[in-house]
Design a protein around this ligand. Structure first.
Ligand SMILES: Cc1cc2nc3c(=O)[nH]c(=O)nc-3n(C[C@H](O)[C@H](O)[C@H](O)COP(=O)(O)OP(=O)(O)OC[C@H]3O[C@@H](n4cnc5c(N)ncnc54)[C@H](O)[C@@H]3O)c2cc1C
Length: 420
């Protein structure tokens, strides 16, 4: 029996939406090493329409992608021209601790205009229709969805909300995320060049300031919990950071945006899909609560959603389409571990460890212990899960204490490059 074509409306053409549309139409997903996982059956005839209101915009973002992302999505490295591979990093804690080291695998920093254009082009090449419109509301209408845009009305059998952190469209499906689940961000695109990636933590502050070098300018910004700091407070902290490292605001372009940072309760209650709908990327809250990394999770959630929809292939034409198993897949691969990060966040940013702020103590240990240095690199490069990191920290502590003691007695200074 010939099955009717079903239309998947993807709202948002960022990393989550573009990857979802592309994988859905290509009918395949990736393994961690970047090789393709072949599809099991012929896909149900699907059409994908991506609605994107601001095609070709510079989404406020550091634009940093770790080796984990580049391994799974090798085409990102192939298209590296607009990116910037950064091999050296400095982590600073307030005024007393700092550590500069080489990353074993570079972090690639993209302009988001270039990255989004690349991902959307791939979706288009796979057969997705791209419609430049802002969807303002949607609702059920006679067995399908009716989407209202600024420039027209559209019908679809399935809606994927991949419209980023600020969207209100998720509300009718899974409720709006509360204020405690967001970080405020503020920053500047500074017309300066530097090859160093710099991050600064502050005592008693859930967040950090950063400078990410791109090919022609720097993304310099700060993020902090929305319920703990106001925007003027964040600005003051950022300006201190900028003065300290001579980042000039002259001629710099300002940006501000929201960054999801879910609480443990919200990770526990995560609701990602139902009959005829699903959430992906920032709209679902899938961002690392410690580092703020979200591009990889957006792409991966788009892919997992495509995989779940494709798994219905060959089944009788059941309406509405339901991405069976999607929430479970996201939990197993992403959310359960990011919940560990949400738990660890307060310890990392706020508490003390061996009489010193945890972030400062970790830097000291990394500067003096090879085991801790590798641990820090694994965390920054995204090479290890948070559950793995917590386990390794507890195992590495006695060894680190021994190494620190041995170096103190021997009077040596640890050369961090030996860990690379
Ligand atoms: C300041 C800042 C720095 C960051 N730095 C990093 C970093 O260095 N590395 C990292 O991995 N992550 C970083 N992130 C997080 C990262 O930017 C996001 O996790 C990622 O962009 C999420 O992708 P997405 O596709 O879910 O959403 P988005 O990238 O936000 O894409 C959503 C798209 O939907 C469109 N849209 C929204 N509403 C509608 C509508 N109603 N109709 C049609 N279109 C709509 C928007 O125009 C947008 O293009 C940072 C975030 C911020 C705020």
């Amino acid at each position: 029996m010939v099955q009717p074509i079903q239309t998947v409306a993807v709202i948002g053409g960022g990393p989550a939406g573009s990857t979802l549309a592309e994988r859905l139409l290509r009918g395949c997903c990736t393994k961690p090493d970047g090789s393709a996982r072949s599809r099991r059956t012929d896909p149900r005839p699907l059409k994908a329409i991506v609605f994107e209101e601001k095609r070709g915009w510079e989404k406020p973002c550091g634009g940093g992608l770790t080796a984990k992302a580049l391994k799974r999505y090798p085409f990102l490295a192939d298209a590296m021209a607009p990116g910037n591979a950064v091999g050296e990093m400095e982590v600073v804690v307030d005024h007393d601790e700092s550590l500069r080291f080489r990353l074993r695998e570079p972090i690639t920093v993209y302009s988001r205009r270039d990255l989004n254009a690349l991902l959307l082009r791939r979706a288009e090449r796979a057969g997705a229709q791209i419609v430049q419109d802002r969807i303002t509301r949607l609702g059920p209408a006679g067995g399908h969805w009716r989407l209202q845009g600024l420039h027209g009305a559209y019908d679809a059998d399935f809606v994927a909300i991949a419209a980023g952190a600020r969207t209100r469209l998720r509300g009718q499906f899974a409720g709006d995320l509360p204020a405690r689940d967001f970080m405020l961000t503020y920053g500047y695109y500074v017309p300066q060049q530097e090859s160093l990636l710099r991050v600064m933590c502050f005592r008693d502050f859930d967040g950090y300031a950063w400078s990410f070098p791109r090919t022609r300018r720097l993304s310099v910004g700060i993020c902090g919990k929305a319920v703990e700091r106001t925007m003027p407070q964040l600005k003051r902290m950022l300006h201190c950071f900028m003065r300290r490292f001579s980042y000039s605001r002259d001629g710099a372009e300002v940006f501000a945006h929201l960054l999801p940072s879910l609480s443990i309760e919200s990770w526990r209650g995560l609701k990602l899909a139902g009959h005829g709908w699903a959430l992906a990327g920032d709209a679902a809250g899938l961002v690392d609560p410690i580092t703020g990394e979200g591009i990889y999770f957006a792409m991966r959630s788009g892919e997992l959603l495509a995989e779940s929809l494709l798994e219905q292939a060959g089944a009788p034409d059941v309406r509405p389409l339901t991405p069976a198993g999607y929430t479970e897949k996201v939990r197993a691969e992403i959310a359960d571990d990011l919940m560990v990060a949400a738990r660890a966040r307060r310890y990392f940013y706020r508490s003390t460890f061996m009489g010193e702020a945890t972030s400062a103590r970790m830097l000291q240990l990394a500067g003096r212990s090879r085991a801790f240095m590798i641990l820090l690199q694994d965390m920054i490069e995204g090479q290890e899960t948070y559950s793995g990191l917590v386990r390794r920290i507890s195992l590495a502590l006695p060894k680190a204490a021994w190494e620190v003691a041995a170096r103190t007695v021997g009077g040596h200074v640890f050369n961090d490059n030996r860990a690379a």
